[in-house]
Design a protein around this ligand. Structure first.
Ligand SMILES: Nc1nc2c(ncn2[C@@H]2O[C@H](COP(=O)(O)OP(=O)(O)OP(=O)(O)O)[C@@H](O)[C@H]2O)c(=O)[nH]1
Ligand SMILES: [Mg+2]
Length: 482
């Protein structure tokens, strides 16, 4: 059955990459396990994929419930290394979602097969691998159309999900705030809507047993799908309203910060680069740090101070990943938009990662999409403690505005603080004033909003020399130096 892919390279197992992700070899009791697996898979199908939603809100809490997965990628362009690292990332995503990765295969093709994603001959081979591994799910490294999912499922005999569904699932597990949860739920529904029919057909074929069982179930199945669709549409409309309200609240706060001329720094970067660790280093904030992808899904804003005593806010943001599902870019646009508003972006990259440049490029692409490309950017090469010094040196050379740090050891953090101080815009007006002791509030404003160059206590009040914004400058002019 291999004639259809004449030039296709033999299946590539990304074994080396998966080594430490592999569980113990399953040599024991194959028969019993297989039976068990069928039973579990059957149960899971009903729980996870059925369109029979008792309550449509269930969509929100849907978990893919992946257990043993086989990964499959179509390698259309680039080097073998790139194809393998994409699959390794998929493995990390699957692990983050709680799955055990049994195996990973890549097929070289010009483009994914329109019917079954990988070629039909390869799909049959994949089925053997799935059976051998005792896997219950196949995860494809791309976004598959509804009918591709159904057709591939028919061939491999287990649940098939794509990269998008996997990422959505992780996001659903990690979102904490109301807004974050609502955004993920909306994205999940957008993703599911066109796929309801597909799953429905697949289910009825399964339940019909033979090939011709479709007719009997089609009628009521369609009706049920229509009902589900309508309910999902209604729920999506409600979610959109909720998100709009929450967004207004967040924007009011943001507007307030802008009005108060609060200096702002945003941390952006590929997932797992160490953004939250760096935020903790810079502010002492207790933000969740985890060696998992997408530990942070909600924007956290903290207060920090530059070495010269200026106050600024620093926002942690959701991590980026290649091929971020489009729904999610949309859904998270608002949280990522925070970056577009910042005075300075610290673009954190994992210096110990094999492909930091690709990560930088992926993040910049999204930043451009949300209109944050014009914000001043510094590349913060993190994990310098663990990275190869030569790789770090190469990165620093390739990126003109860059600095190497380690959030873990503290190396480079002082320099980073100084750099933040230098790059944050400086208030434009230099002023001298004699601030009476009754106007203590003005002194603290000068400290917070501006840069105090000197403050000398005299009999008449505090002799202040400072750089401040125009608004505060006009207030201070009421107290000229005698
Ligand atoms: N060796 C080393 N590990 C680090 C350093 N900074 C962070 N890490 C580790 O990298 C992992 C990810 O750190 P996080 O701070 O959660 O990364 P993040 O960018 O916020 O990740 P997401 O929120 O998932 O996008 C954790 O296991 C950290 O302990 C560092 O400087 N050196
Ligand atoms: Mg984080």
């Amino acid at each position: 059955m291999t004639h259809s892919e004449g030039s296709a390279a033999p299946r590539q197992r990304a074994d080396a990459l998966m080594d430490d992700l592999l569980g113990p070899a399953d040599a024991d009791g194959l028969d019993g396990e297989q039976y068990d697996r069928e039973e579990r898979a059957a149960l899971r199908r009903v729980a996870g994929l059925s369109t029979e939603l008792d309550d449509v809100t269930e969509v929100e809490y849907r978990r893919l419930r992946l257990e043993r997965v086989v990964l499959v990628g179509v390698w259309t362009s680039g080097t073998a290394d790139e194809a393998e690292s994409s699959l390794a990332e998929l493995a990390a995503l699957a692990e983050t979602a709680g799955a055990l990765v049994c195996d990973g295969v890549i097929q070289r093709r010009q483009k994914p097969d329109p019917a079954t994603y990988i070629g039909s001959g390869k799909a049959v081979e994949l089925r053997e691998i799935v059976e051998e591994a005792g896997a219950d799910t196949v995860v494809c490294d791309g976004e598959l159309g509804p009918s591709q999912l159904v057709h591939l499922e028919d061939v491999v005999g287990v649940k098939v999900v794509d990269r998008t569904a996997l990422i959505l699932d992780i996001f659903a597990q990690h979102a904490k705030s109301r807004e974050g949860k609502a955004q993920v739920a909306l994205a999940q529904m957008q993703y599911m809507l066109p796929r309801l029919r597909g799953w429905g057909q697949s289910m009825s074929r399964q339940m019909g047993g033979g090939g011709g069982g479709g007719m009997a179930t089609r009628g009521p199945g369609e009706t049920k799908i229509e009902t589900d669709r309508r309910q999902i549409h209604e729920r999506m409309a409600r979610l959109r309203r909720e998100i709009a309200q929450l967004k207004t609240g967040r924007e009011v706060k943001r507007e307030e910060r802008r009005r108060n001329r609060v200096l702002s720094v945003a941390l952006a970067g590929y997932t797992n680069a160490g953004k939250s660790s760096l935020l903790n280093r810079l502010t002492g904030a207790g933000v969740l740090v985890e060696n998992a992808l997408f530990a942070t899904l909600d924007t956290t804003v903290r207060r920090a101070q530059t070495p010269s005593g200026r106050t600024y806010t620093i926002a942690d943001t959701v991590g980026f990943v290649r091929h971020l599902p489009h729904h999610l870019v949309e859904a998270f646009r608002s949280t990522i938009e925070e970056v577009a508003d910042a005075h300075l972006v610290l673009h954190v990259v994992d210096g110990a990662h094999p492909e930091p440049q690709a990560q930088l490029a992926a993040v910049r692409e999204v930043l451009r999409e949300v209109g944050a490309a014009a914000v001043r950017e510094v590349v913060v090469v993190n994990k310098a403690d663990a990275a190869d010094p030569e790789a770090v040196a190469r990165l620093l050379e390739a990126e003109p505005d860059s600095i190497a740090v380690s959030a873990r050891s503290g190396q480079g953090i002082e320099e980073l603080r100084d750099l933040i101080d230098t790059l944050l815009p400086h208030p434009e007006v230099e002023i001298e004033a004699m601030v009476p002791y009754t106007e203590g509030g003005l002194l603290s404003r000068a400290h917070q909003e501006g840069e105090v160059l000197s403050a000398e206590h005299t009999d008449e009040g505090t002799l202040l020399k400072a750089r401040v914004g125009p608004e505060l400058a006009s207030v201070l002019r009421a107290f000229p130096r005698p």
